[in-house]
Write a new protein. Structure first.
Length: 243
């Protein structure tokens, strides 16, 4: 299990992900769930992944293979719209699942994988899409301008209470980190390092990138401030009539 999310606001997009791919009593493995593709002044594409690690890595490898092949029928550079890329990623995922799925299912596992795709192509608006294991996809909405994959329930309440399209990019990034921290506290399958990318809309410039460990000064400060703020808010709740 893992947890990834993307928040699309008027100023741009925030991408955030954990790095835990396996959690057990005596075996914990980490790997990046965030994959970035960038061509200055033309397009920026970020892909977050969750689910079967072999499937997600095969999809990313196939994307790179097609980019390296000038004769490829389709690749990220040939896309005219961001939703074309969502279709493409969904097709790659389905192809990989159909190839290995039956064998994996015999062993009691699942080849399923889900993705969040986001970014911007020159001349178009920035956007984010959630790509399901079945290969189809949805986009975020004005009412709910964020998407989640993986272990999403623990980190959802803060997003629902705080995030709107008018949220600043920096506030959206802080909210994403709090969402990750809340999930990590409740589920051992989610853990650091946390990766964070912030894309400024219409800039078509490389996103600002951060990797935060538990001991990172900024992360420790944010975690402490959030915990103390929650406790202060709790102590200020209205009293019952009989108190």
């Amino acid at each position: 299990m893992t947890y990834c999310l993307a928040i699309s606001v008027n100023e741009g997009i925030v991408f955030a992900s954990d790095s835990r791919s396996n959690a057990g009593v005596d075996y914990i493995r980490t790997c990046s769930k965030m994959h970035r593709f960038f061509w200055a002044g033309d397009r920026i594409i970020v892909l977050l992944s969750a689910g079967n690690l072999a499937t997600t890595q095969a999809v990313v490898n196939a994307i790179q293979r097609d980019l390296d092949d000038p004769k490829a029928k389709f690749n990220l550079l040939k896309a005219k719209h961001l939703f074309d890329v969502a279709d493409y990623v969904g097709d790659l995922s389905q192809k990989e699942q159909h190839h290995h799925g039956p064998a994996i299912e015999k062993s009691g596992g699942s080849a399923g994988a889900s993705f969040i795709l986001g970014g911007q192509l020159k001349g178009q608006e920035h956007d984010i899409y959630l790509i399901y294991p079945e290969g189809n996809y949805i986009s975020a909405s004005v009412e709910t301008p964020y998407l989640q994959i993986g272990e999403n329930k623990y980190g959802k309440p803060i997003l629902d209470r705080v995030i709107t399209m008018d949220s600043s990019l920096n506030n959206a990034a802080r909210c994403a980190l709090v969402s990750l921290d809340s999930t990590m506290r409740s589920n051992i399958s989610v853990g650091p390092p946390f990766e964070l990318s912030m894309y400024i809309g219409n800039s078509l410039e490389e996103p600002r990138q951060s990797s935060l460990k538990l001991a990172s000064p900024y992360y420790k400060s944010l975690q402490k401030s959030w915990n103390e703020g929650l406790k202060r808010a709790f102590t200020r709740l209205p009293k019952f009539d009989w108190e």
